[in-house]
Design a protein around this ligand. Structure first.
Ligand SMILES: [Zn+2]
Length: 498
């Protein structure tokens, strides 16, 4: 390998509160500009902030789910800077006493069903709460019209989640972000809609290059505001290559420069061009002149409150994957596919597995037919017309009657279209019935008589010749004959002394 990629991700998610962090304004997305504002979030003199209890609770829930250490007391700090979408000229954030620190998130880069992979832990440095800024609406007509400011978003609660630089490939970064999104959605902390900006991601990237004096780490570049998973993956890949090239390019300012020899830079990602562009060398924390916000009390967190939050959290994805593999004997890959769809689908699968008394078959049906249908229809599992119980029953019947795949899919389609009445009705409507052994033996004899050439070939030592006869039997019985029974009857008939 030419170089090792080192990435730390800084993720901001908007919390699912109805109101803002320090005032009662609504947080709904898509309201007309500047209609969800008040003296507090407009930064008018004399207005005083009041902390949103629900926001702190959601932040604690996320921090616990990320295995963080929770601070018993946490405070609010002013981060001072001037920007047109920040009317107070400071952002209320958390500096030296964040709500939580030292956690981890388990990720799994399993993308290949045939290869078992080990989950990996990515460390979390801290999870803290802060308020969002407003939004600048730039005129893109090229007519030189003014930029407008929308302060609806100003004061919306944001959770900042900072990972350790323990991500070593674009694929791991994608797995981290996807797992974080799944986790935060499942525990009801954020809807994590990247398009709507309720999940935003910055990536701190550098590379470790082997040189004759040992491995050298390059200066860090922070790629700001990545707003899609695909963008994150491409940006890291591009930036790592660019830094490696710059390190060896005498005409580049980063030529031969080690980590610490250049200040950290920020860069934008130009998705259309597929390139990062370095914008500025960054301010140090001292430039922000952090100081405790005198208008806000510190928040103390006691064990009783944490216990209450833990109780309401439910099973987390990583635990769910482990349980599905242990309890149902699913492969690591299958458990991943189910869990990544969310809790509702896992609950559906579990009912199917119990009703079918066959977890592997249940998993196959759910991850193939059910998911494909949901995708086609753009539906969620809650809207799926076949109840979990009915699907389980269907799987059990299909097995007991030894139906082939085609007939099984017919039954599934029938249940789907009829809105799912009962398995017996579906079988009746499709003319599927149990064929008695006597009936089947007659069909076997008939087809053996009708294919003397195949019989002769088989007896001359070509085992494949029998397949033609099996096909004819399946055809005659409309695909309803059990293959294992057909095989037994064929053996008996062919070896019967004549
Ligand atoms: Zn407000």
């Amino acid at each position: 390998m030419e170089y090792e990629i080192v990435v730390g991700l800084e993720v901001h998610v908007q919390l699912l509160t109805r109101t803002k962090l320090f005032c009662g304004c609504r947080t709904e997305f898509g309201l007309p500009p500047n209609t969800a504002t008040c003296p507090v979030c407009l930064g008018l003199p004399g207005a005083l902030p009041v902390i949103n209890h629900r926001a702190v609770e959601l932040a604690l829930r996320a921090a616990l789910a990320l295995n963080c250490r929770i601070a018993r007391s946490t405070k609010w700090d002013r981060k001072n800077y001037y920007y047109p979408d920040l009317p107070k000229n400071y952002q209320i954030s958390q500096y030296d006493l964040p709500l939580s620190s030292d956690g981890w998130l388990e990720i799994d880069v399993a993308t290949d069903p045939r290869r078992a992979t080990q989950p990996k832990r990515v460390g979390i440095i801290r999870v803290h709460l802060e308020e969002d800024a407003g939004k600048l609406l730039h005129d893109e007509s090229g007519q030189g019209a003014a930029t407008r400011v929308d302060l609806n978003r100003a004061g919306t609660p944001l959770l900042e989640i900072v990972s350790r630089p323990e991500i070593h490939s674009p694929a791991e970064a994608v797995a981290y972000l996807q797992e974080l999104r799944l986790l935060l959605r499942e525990i009801g902390v954020s809807d994590c809609e990247m398009q709507e900006g309720s999940l935003r991601c910055d990536a701190n990237v550098n590379v470790r290059v082997p040189t004759k004096d040992g491995v050298v780490a390059t200066p860090i570049v922070e790629i700001k505001n990545l707003n899609s998973i695909r963008g994150l993956e491409r940006a890291i890949d591009y930036e790592a290559r660019r830094q490696f090239r710059a390190f060896h390019d005498p005409n580049d300012e980063a030529y031969g420069k080690r980590f610490g020899e250049l200040p950290k830079a920020t860069a934008g990602w130009l998705d259309d061009l597929g390139v990062t562009r370095v914008q500025r060398r960054k301010e140090e924390a001292a430039d922000y002149r952090y100081f405790p916000d005198p208008d806000l009390m510190p928040v103390s967190v006691d064990e009783a409150w944490l216990a209450q939050i833990r109780d309401k959290m439910g099973e987390l994805p990583a635990a769910q994957r482990r349980r599905l593999t242990q309890q149902y004997g699913l492969s690591h890959y299958d458990a991943n596919v189910l869990v990544n769809q969310g809790r509702a689908l896992v609950a559906y699968f579990e009912i199917v597995a119990r009703a079918a008394n066959d977890a592997k078959a249940a998993c196959n049906w759910v991850t193939n037919q059910v998911l494909a249908t949901l995708n086609e229809r753009g539906q969620r599992i809650e809207q799926f017309p076949i109840s979990a119980h009915l699907l389980g029953e269907m799987i059990a019947h299909i097995r007991s009657q030894g139906l082939n795949n085609q007939r099984a899919r017919d039954v599934f389609q029938h249940l789907l279209q009829s809105g799912g009445s009962s398995v017996a009705d579906a079988f009746a409507a499709l003319g599927i019935r149990e064929i008695s052994e006597t009936e089947l033996r007659e069909a076997v004899r008939r087809q053996l008589a009708a294919h003397p050439k195949a019989v002769a070939d088989y007896q001359a030592g070509n085992p494949r010749a029998i397949d033609r006869i099996k096909g004819a039997i399946m055809k005659e019985t409309g695909g309803m004959a059990r293959m294992d029974v057909v095989q037994r009857l064929l053996d008996e008939e062919l070896h019967r002394p004549t």
